[in-house]
Design a binder for this molecule. Structure first.
Ligand code: SF4
Length: 461
């Protein structure tokens, strides 16, 4: 029987559904499957001897960086083993992963592709095809199999506004996205397509995670309201079955504005906060990113969320080739004026625009003329800001964010405020005082994907 090892290096601090999903399908088809989450556990070279196929989940940039040394290590240990990779960043960097020694790159139907690959390898190896004959269908109809993944209590937790901690589960109610934001890695792979995961499957997955201790659920879809009816029905069904369960969702600014009638329903059904990619408060930059919202839309969004008593967890890309020091200081001032200092994870103030292969940003003439040659091992096109003080500030802010630890966000923000004004050669005024919103509930692992993984993220090696 074909023995398959599914590996994940990083999935934003939650139990990797991108292992649990294919594990369910492959096990149902009769294959022996192990899953290992290297964000928590070390790589076991001895276990490689009992493996016929290794498949890496590579859903994001950080995971791609972390996968590279591991592919080389496995190739050395088992020169003839079949290595596969799937997920957004595997598809976008197909050629590079092939040169590293990855044999198969699987596309957006990676679960069924993985099943087909496993069957082919089983047949080529002369195994009993009957051992793998159970039928496989497209993945949204399968309940993720989380049976051999680490317990939920080892993953990111929710810090409640009152200081309590809640164990967090993670599901995806849809895959892909119908939008075409220029900087988004979903776009080159899904090309404006999204598909809903069957409501019963999502609810069954929530049910099994509640049984494992989850008291809060993160919906990690690229956008919970790509299908507003699907999202609403799911939220209502979740609340009907688990009235005490809370949850958070990711929704783009444009969808929050156009579906404002759903905000009271989200609130009533247990939504604590919405993560939204605000990215910038400069309309020219938002236009370059094709975000579909403006600076004034952000202010309107805050009014609507305040009316609905929902918190916002905003994400930003403050450092772009177009960012000026004045822009950066303006962003900090807006955050402070809106009373959002405690809602912004410090790392969000350090994010630098990533331009990966296939990015729609490369359609822009001023990007084409600014980027340097593709750095394959970094999975991006490097760029420099025309004002070196901006790049210097980005390094300084990144260090402040990395050193933040559990310091209150307000303290870190104050240091960043000082650093930004120092870079501009002006005295920092006192931070604007805004009506305090209190400290909102937040996940202990903030949403981010940096160009450079930290040393601790390589500890599995
Ligand atoms: S809405 Fe979000 S997921 Fe969709 S393309 Fe834009 S950034 Fe990507």
């Amino acid at each position: 029987m074909m023995r398959i090892l599914l590996l994940s290096t990083y999935e934003l601090g939650h139990q990797p559904v991108n292992l649990a999903q294919p594990a369910a399908i492959l096990r149902a088809a009769g294959f022996a499957v192990r899953t290992v989450d290297l964000a928590l556990d070390r790589f076991d070279p001895v276990g490689m001897q009992d493996t016929d196929l290794v498949a890496f989940s590579i859903p994001m940039h950080t995971a791609a960086r972390l996968t590279v040394p591991l592919v080389a290590r496995i190739r050395k240990l088992r020169p003839r083993i079949h290595i596969a990779a799937y997920g957004l960043y595997a598809v976008m960097n197909r050629d590079y992963f092939n040169t590293l020694g990855v044999d198969s790159i699987l596309g957006t139907d990676s679960d069924s592709d993985l099943l087909a690959l496993s069957r082919r390898l089983e047949n080529e190896a002369g195994g009993d095809p009957a051992a793998a004959r159970a039928s496989g269908t497209k993945h949204p109809t399968w309940l993720p199999d989380r049976s051999d993944l680490p317990g939920l209590d080892r993953y990111a937790y929710l810090r409640c506004a009152d200081g309590r901690r809640k164990t967090v589960g993670y599901v995806e109610a849809s895959q892909g996205c119908k939008h075409y934001c220029r900087h988004c890695p979903v776009v080159p792979v899904f090309q404006g397509r999204f598909r809903a995961v069957a409501r019963e499957i999502v609810l069954a997955d929530i049910r099994q995670q509640v049984r494992s201790g989850a008291r809060h659920i993160t919906f990690g879809d690229p956008d919970f309201l790509n299908g507003p009816t699907h999202g609403r029905r799911l939220a209502e069904a979740l609340h009907a079955e688990f009235p005490d369960l809370t949850y958070d969702v990711t929704i783009k600014v444009e969808h929050i504005l156009s579906n404002r009638n759903l905000l009271p329903i989200l609130k009533k059904t247990g939504c604590l906060f919405i993560t939204s990619a605000v990215e910038s408060v400069n309309d020219a930059v938002l236009d370059k990113l094709a975000k579909g919202h403006s600076r004034s839309d952000f202010f309107r969004l805050m009014e609507l969320l305040d009316e609905a008593a929902l918190d916002l967890s905003p994400t930003f890309v403050p450092f772009t080739p177009w960012t000026t020091l004045e822009d950066y200081i303006d962003l900090l001032r807006v955050i402070a004026d809106l009373g959002l200092i405690d809602s912004v994870a410090p790392v969000q103030l350090s994010i630098r625009l990533l331009i990966p292969p296939g990015s729609r940003l490369l359609e822009l003439d001023d990007i084409k003329s600014r980027v340097q040659a593709l750095e394959q091992a970094s999975f991006l096109y490097p760029w420099e800001n025309p004002d070196p003080r901006v790049d210097g500030l980005q390094c300084a802010v990144r260090k402040l964010a990395q050193a933040a630890g559990d310091s209150p966000r307000r303290h870190v923000f104050s240091r960043i405020w000082q650093a930004a004004h120092r870079a501009a050669g002006i005295e920092a005024p006192a931070l604007p005082v805004a009506a305090p919103r209190g400290i909102p509930a937040q996940l202990s692992e903030p949403w981010y994907c940096c160009a450079e993984p930290t040393e601790t993220q390589y500890r599995f090696l």
